[in-house]
Write a protein that binds this ligand. Sequence first.
Ligand code: NAP
Length: 253
Amino acid sequence: MGRLEGRVAFVTGAGRGIGRATAERFAREGARVCLTDMDGEVAASAAAQLVDEGADVFAAKVDVTSRTEVEEAVRKAVDRYGRLDILVNNAGITRDNLIFRMSDDEWRSVLNVHLVGGFFCARAAQKHMVENEYGRIVNVSSVSALGNRGQSNYSAAKAGIQGFTKTLAIELGRYGVTVNSVAPGFIETEMTRETAARLGVDFEDMVASAVEDIPAGRSGKPNDVAAAILFFASEEASFVNGQVLYVAGGPKD
Ligand code: NAP
């Protein structure tokens, strides 16, 4: 029997990378999953692969910065499965620049996706969780929350997610809803590939240079993060609330 048997999960940014790995892990652990992504087609193809494996999942096109799209998809998941137990706020973008070059749009778009998006999803999901007196919310932060050159927008958003996590943990804990955060280090995904391409650096060189600073001696993979998210999402994590787990191959903070 899977660790999420009977549970219903909603994952944002599930079309690729960490979100997709998380949705796959959840489905293989017995959860029914709503895979959402801004790109409806990638979400649909990730969901189709899981359906082929026999999982009960579906895809929805959701831009997390759209309150109406978020609320409609949460409603769809609850209509279809009768409940909502787990939310993973994973959707994310980077728009890196040094502060003197950072545009209003770069600043706003990053805060909008991570913070406004996370807020829209958590507010819509918690209603069903509180009614049911059970819930797990996992927010994806980053080691960049601790500061990273060229990422003042992203770092502010990811640090904000940690404060958001702790506050929701305090507000929702009494209703059986836990709220925790994972903060990944360097993970091999399209996001880091795109950063390498933007900097004109070969991706393998970027990985090798990142690994030099990682005590575990390797780079992270989406499944490393999915495993940590699974722990917070599981039943046995019921007394772990308001925590930030760095998934970075070494100590942080
Ligand atoms: P990724 O491969 O770029 O995947 C991010 C996903 O989020 C994409 O599918 C993207 O959709 C989706 N997305 C972007 N904006 C969205 C929006 N407004 N609404 C809904 N979906 C949206 O990145 P990843 O590396 O898997 O990152 C996942 C999370 O981990 C992010 O929160 C990221 O900040 C965090 N993280 C990553 C790393 C790392 O090293 N990779 C480290 C620390 C934290 P499209 O495909 O349409 O763009």
